[in-house]
Design a protein around this ligand. Structure first.
Ligand code: AP5
Length: 235
């Protein structure tokens, strides 16, 4: 029984943070379209050269291009037991395409992580990525002091090219215009859940596990790392 998940929410909601952990704990791949595109930009592949300026402005890559990327990724063997999608779908045509791609692969569970806009801007402008180990961290530690080195490996911390305050505000406009309508596409389904993302990451993680378990119709205690997922009742 596959565990097919979408974590959705605006820039900075914590999708990537939670998807990485959930995927690791449950032995399924995290599939982040933003990460796939950024890797292509860094490697200067034809795809990367095509999408770089769009991403730097905070605009969306075309539906056809991104659907093709996800179709190819979902066809790989490691996604047969399920996946966590982070950043896809983000338009109604992408959501409709995902339904077609999943035909016969089991139910799709969609969890929306809700966070107010001003908190999102604060989180994104202070986000840093470790240039060595790739971890996402905040530029400010718990003591509020600016960090210059990764606390895990000592690598230097860099910002994403689309994480300036102005581009984040533009990305939020794109989110409300293009992605918010997708919530109506999913909201009436029995496997849609929304959770409060304005909590510490550990609490968000617990809320996510509870949301996924309830969408599957099983107790959260049964959805511990590495446990088998029973067939869902609500699919
Ligand atoms: P993408 O990489 O998907 O960016 P995004 O959706 O804007 O999301 P972010 O990565 O900014 O935020 P997140 O929710 O993952 O937050 P995170 O966990 O890092 O897309 C980038 C671009 O690629 C798009 O603009 C577009 O151009 C293109 N693209 C990608 N997919 C596409 C698609 N399907 N169609 C078309 N174009 C596409 O957390 C943020 C910060 O907050 C971190 O510092 C983190 O440490 C911190 N944090 C996390 N959780 C908490 C918490 N609970 N409390 C406090 N701080 C927290």
């Amino acid at each position: 029984m596959a565990l097919n998940l979408v974590f959705m929410g605006p820039p900075g909601a914590g999708k990537g943070t939670q998807a990485e952990r959930f995927a690791r704990e449950h032995g399924i791949p995290k599939i982040s379209t933003g990460d796939i595109l950024r890797e292509a930009v860094t490697a200067q592949t034809p795809l990367g050269l095509e999408v770089k300026s769009l991403m730097d402005r905070g605009d969306l890559v075309s539906d056809d291009l991104i659907i093709g990327i996800v179709q190819e990724r979902l066809a790989r063997a490691d996604a047969a037991r399920g996946f966590v999608l982070d950043g896809f779908p983000r338009t109604v045509p992408q959501a409709a395409a995902l339904d077609r791609l999943l035909n016969g692969r089991g139910a799709l569970i969609v969890v929306e992580i809700q966070v107010p806009d001003e908190e999102l801007v604060r989180r994104v402008v202070s986000r840093r990525i470790c240039s060595l180990c790739g971890r996402t961290v905040s530029a400010f530690g718990d003591d509020g002091v600016a960090a210059e080195r990764c606390g895990h490996c000592g690598g230097s911390l860099v910002s994403r090219s689309d994480d300036s305050a102005q581009v984040v505000r533009d990305r939020l406009k794109v989110y409300w215009r293009e992605t918010q309508p997708m919530i109506a596409f999913y909201q009436e389904r029995p496997t849609y859940r929304a959770i409060d993302g304005m909590q510490p990451p550990e609490r968000v993680r617990d809320a996510l596990v509870a949301a996924v378990a309830s969408a599957l119709g099983q107790p959260a205690s049964e959805l511990k790392a590495g446990t088998t997922v029973r067939p869902e009742k609500n699919a």
